[in-house]
Design a protein around this ligand. Structure first.
Ligand code: KG4
Ligand code: ZN
Length: 378
């Protein structure tokens, strides 16, 4: 009889759905023992977006060292793991397959169970991981906004019944009909010659003091049908038309594009080439996106009569989104929870945390596990 196990359930999470190769060890779905993320931003930057073939090749290069680093950082041996959790989808099939194949092989070689995880469910767990870290227990039911480069979607999240495959049950309330919010940030940054990814730089430029007021306003985004759906492609087109109608922007855009081509992509390098007018345009774009995300989320809160909002995904790192949600939280008494910025963007700690529920329910994947490009949560 083996000695009684003193540690909790330790799961190695693996994430490779897009352009981050990540591995993490999480105990009992709550405590992060390690979290390693190898970002491919530098590789995709010069193409202005993620190139799927390059992404899978880079995952192949990174997966072994990233997992090794996560295990070392956690101080856990492979034999001590209780399970391996891997992202099954949604995402780029070629990229997902790298993580899945590695996870399957490791699970088979070590005789450990494998748990397939929905990437979106991972983002939900990122908020919980952060709350647990602060000693908080988010109250359910909640409305969850997942907002990233690939997704903009609203769910109602409830505690599931034992037999639901929990811990959570989801009801989709709305989602984007075209671009995701992060995609709109990335496309607008491209139009403005501000490089890739667009979110972080546009966010920082919006926060700069700037006395110049925009000479225009983007009106509220109109949606026919479900008012909890989103649509950001019109906003991107509005920015495009605005730039076309105002040739005075083109010289600075050309100069910034030249800098980008020379490999100067930092905020500090690009910022001096942004006129007050550009800063005003960027701030107005951000105001329109953030207002839309917050308004629709708060409508969902009213519709579902919940007291908690969970916000996750890359765009949840946005400073204006955080402060405006914070303002709404103070005004309405609704609790709005965000992950730490390191858990907002893709990572594997959230995948390991989500895998814990599957582990408890013995929902194990077999060797036939395959990648799913699209994989709805509800
Ligand atoms: O979750 P994530 O790492 O990957 C996807 O699943 O897409 O999100 C990346 C997206 C990119 O579109 C990036 O521009 C956006 O999140 N993003 C931001 C910010 N930081 C990252 N958007 C707005 N403000 C930010 N601070
Ligand atoms: Zn993601």
């Amino acid at each position: 009889m083996s000695e009684e196990k003193k540690s909790g359930v330790r799961i190695l999470g693996i994430e490779s759905s897009c352009d981050e190769t990540a591995a993490a060890v999480v105990e009992d779905g709550r405590r992060i023992l390690s979290s390693v993320v190898a970002s491919q931003i530098e590789i995709h930057r010069k193409y202005g977006g993620v190139v799927p073939e390059l992404a899978s090749r880079e995952h192949l290069r990174q997966i072994v060292p990233v997992v090794r680093e996560a295990m070392e950082e956690a101080g856990v041996e492979f034999e001590e793991l209780d399970a391996i959790g891997v992202t099954q989808g949604p995402g780029l099939v070629g990229s997902l397959l790298v993580g899945i194949t590695y996870g399957k092989t490791l699970a088979a070689a070590m005789g450990k169970p494998l748990v397939a995880v929905n990437h979106l469910e991972g983002h939900v767990h990122a908020v919980f991981l952060e709350a647990f870290r602060k000693g908080e227990e988010p109250k359910l039911p909640a409305v969850c906004l997942i907002v990233s480069g690939g997704h903009t979607v609203l769910y109602e999240v409830k505690a599931s019944r034992e037999d639901d495959g929990g811990p959570f049950a989801y009801r989709k309330l709305g989602g984007t009909r075209d671009d995701a919010a992060g995609e709109a940030y990335d496309k607008v940054a491209k139009l403005l010659g501000l490089g890739y990814p667009g979110g972080p730089i546009l966010d920082r430029l919006s926060s700069l003091p700037n006395p110049t007021l925009p000479t225009f306003r983007f009106g509220p985004i109109k949606i026919r049908g479900n008012p909890l759906d989103f649509s950001f492609s019109g906003l991107k087109t509005a920015v495009l038309y605005h730039l076309r109608e105002h040739p005075e922007y083109s010289e600075e855009i050309r100069k910034r594009e030249e800098l980008l081509r020379e490999g100067h992509r930092n905020f500090e390098e690009l910022m001096p080439l942004c006129s007050p007018k550009t800063l005003a345009l960027v701030r107005e774009f951000q105001r329109a996106v953030v207002r839309d995300l917050v308004d629709r989320t708060m409508s969902a809160v009213a519709q579902c009569e919940v007291g908690t909002v969970l916000v996750s995904g890359g765009v949840s790192a946005n400073s204006a989104l955080r402060s405006i949600f914070g303002r709404h939280a103070r005004a309405t008494g609704v609790k709005v929870l965000f992950p730490d910025r390191s858990l907002s963007t893709d990572n594997a700690a959230m995948i390991a945390a989500a895998a814990f529920a599957g582990f408890q329910q013995k929902r194990f994947a077999d060797t036939g596990l395959n990648a799913r490009a699209s994989m709805p949560l509800a």
